[in-house]
Design a protein around this ligand. Structure first.
Ligand SMILES: NC(=O)c1ccc[n+]([C@@H]2O[C@H](COP(=O)([O-])OP(=O)(O)OC[C@H]3O[C@@H](n4cnc5c(N)ncnc54)[C@H](O)[C@@H]3O)[C@@H](O)[C@H]2O)c1
Length: 504
């Protein structure tokens, strides 16, 4: 049965939610304060890059189920549910979520409702926020009006947002009001009927589920990144390791992709906010802390890896960077690792030209010191190396031979493991470096070790490096208990003989 819904905040989440709820048959109006966005949408212009969103929006607008407005008071009138989908960035200078926008909107909604309305928080908010929304709203209601609140966290991923919304692993809502629960069930009935799981919980549980899920995924990525570092040193292949552990149903294959670290509009701010909430309640959050720390250091390690691949320094090197967004198939550059890595490379004297298929306007503002090309060839022409920082499908489909032919020195540093090494080399690249794969030479293995150890603040000595230069089997054979000198001598001989072997 159709529910009359308003959505306040027409960004990545609000617009996708609005279009998908309209697709499920509801009558939806999306509201925003950004006049350019709303005018554009009323003229068929989609403000974000999200595959499939154009068609979904235009179909539902044509069929009269989806509308856009700048006028909040008029738009929330006669609506059974009003969703809050505004941003909850980190509070400036702290780890806490900034709830100004959520509370401001809650107040505005309450002052305008003219029937029983459920205020549904879809924005990611710390535990306790929905109760605060209720208090704030109740203070601003007009005489005789009533509201209830529901927490309805969103789990969509940019780049596959429509698929995720319409085919969810689960829908979670938390409310303590029966009438609100009934409205929420009607909203999601079309998906429940298709067999998708609807989990109704207490308000606090729903709030915690969202942060616990995001932090867990961030931990998973940081974990595989550390395993990738180990793989580089010991001669294993992180892609195969990820496949090997991901096939275990207790672990699962998703979010086991080693790379330049996690970023985006959610994981960084949500892990920080979870940490802040836990600290308020004096609950240790050591694993999340470690993931945040590892992810920060990851970017330094990535920069060091690029420097090594460029012969030890990027000063004066012409680098092409592919990918500005935090992941493929989106135009979102919020807390993108690519932005931090580019800044660090530019500070070290690299001359950078970047290319991103979504041409994110925000990137030019964040990176005034680099050139941004509108084509891959525009970025790569005469480059000394190309660095892949985002996992766009488009990059997988690029003609590598053509790219190599336009470069001054065909070197590729692939921080997303997009290609097979043999394919890259066959297409003319003389040097191919990737993440978490066996290094080609003892020297590279030594550098990997140095980079890993730089992260934990320990610089290995020459003798340490000699020992670490051997394969694990050689090191085992070389070890002479209690006689470090003898061990180093044997390891050194083993390393030399292995280097000779690799050179042939
Ligand atoms: N982006 C994601 O992948 C994702 C996924 C799950 C959850 N979330 C959460 O959803 C929330 C929204 O994220 P987003 O990425 O859509 O943010 P966004 O910045 O893309 O969109 C927020 C929108 O709210 C509008 N807005 C701000 N104040 C307003 C007001 N007073 N009235 C009306 N509109 C107002 C802004 O103009 C903007 O269009 C955040 O809490 C985020 O953590 C995001």
């Amino acid at each position: 049965m159709t529910v009359r819904i308003a959505i306040v905040g027409t960004g990545y989440v609000g617009l996708v939610t609005g279009a998908c709820l309209a697709e499920l048959g509801h009558d939806v109006i999306c509201i925003d304060t950004d006049a350019r966005k709303i005018d554009g949408l009323n003229n068929g212009v989609i403000p974000i890059y999200e595959p499939g969103l154009d068609a979904l929006v235009s179909r539902n607008v044509e069929q009269g189920r989806l509308h856009f407005s700048l006028d909040l008071p008029a738009s929330v009138s006669e609506r059974e549910a009003v969703f809050i989908a505004v941003g909850t960035p980190s509070h400036p200078g702290t780890d806490r979520a900034d709830l100004r926008f959520v509370m401001g909107v809650a107040q505005e909604i309450a002052a305008s409702v003219d029937r029983f309305t459920v205020i549904v928080t879809k924005s990611t908010v710390p535990v306790g926020t929905n109760r605060q929304v209720k208090q704030v709203a109740e203070r601003h209601l007009r005489l005789g009006q009533t509201i209830a609140v529901a927490s309805n966290p969103e789990f969509l991923r940019e780049g596959s947002a429509i698929e995720d919304f319409l085919h969810p692993d689960r829908i979670v809502f938390g409310t303590e009001n029966e009438a609100a629960a009934a409205v929420m069930r009607r909203i999601y009935a079309p998906l429940a009927q298709l067999g998708y799981e609807v989990l109704a919980t207490e308000i606090e549980t729903a709030e915690v589920i969202k942060y616990a899920a995001n932090a867990f995924l961030a931990v998973k990525i940081s974990y595989i990144n550390e395993i990738a570092d180990l793989c580089e040193v010991v001669g294993a292949d992180v892609e195969r390791v990820a496949a090997g552990i991901g096939l275990d149903r207790r672990i699962g294959a998703a979010f086991l992709k080693a790379g330049p670290g996690w970023g985006g509009s959610c994981f960084p701010k949500d892990t920080r906010a979870l940490k802040a909430t836990a600290s308020e309640y004096v609950v240790p959050m050591r694993i999340v802390d470690a993931a945040i720390e590892a992810n920060t250091q990851r970017k330094d390690a990535v920069v060091a890896k690029i420097e090594q691949a460029c012969g030890g320094s990027v000063a004066g090197k012409r680098l092409a960077v592919f990918g500005l967004t935090f992941k493929g198939e989106t135009d979102d550059v919020r807390e993108s690792p690519s932005i931090d890595v580019i800044r660090a490379l530019a500070e070290r004297g690299a001359k950078i030209r970047a290319y991103d298929p979504s041409q994110p306007a925000e990137a030019a503002r964040l990176l005034p010191m680099i050139g941004i090309a509108s084509t891959p060839i525009g970025a790569i022409r005469s480059a000394d190396a190309v660095v892949i920082l985002t996992d766009w499908r488009h990059f997988v489909e690029c003609d590598l031979g053509e790219l190599a032919a336009h470069m001054s020195d065909p070197v590729m540093i692939d921080l997303r493991n997009l290609y097979e090494e043999s394919w890259v080399r066959r297409n003319g690249f003389r040097h191919y470096v990737r993440v978490g794969r066996k290094s080609a030479s003892v020297a590279q293995r030594q550098l990997s070790v140095q980079m890993v150890h730089r992260q934990i603040g320990w610089t290995p000595s020459q003798s340490d490096l000699l020992m670490l230069a051997t394969t694990p089997a050689m090191a085992m054979n070389a070890a002479v208990p209690d006689d470090k000198e003898a061990t180093v001598a044997i390891a050194s001989a083993a390393a030399v003989s292995m280097t000779a072997g690799e050179a042939t």
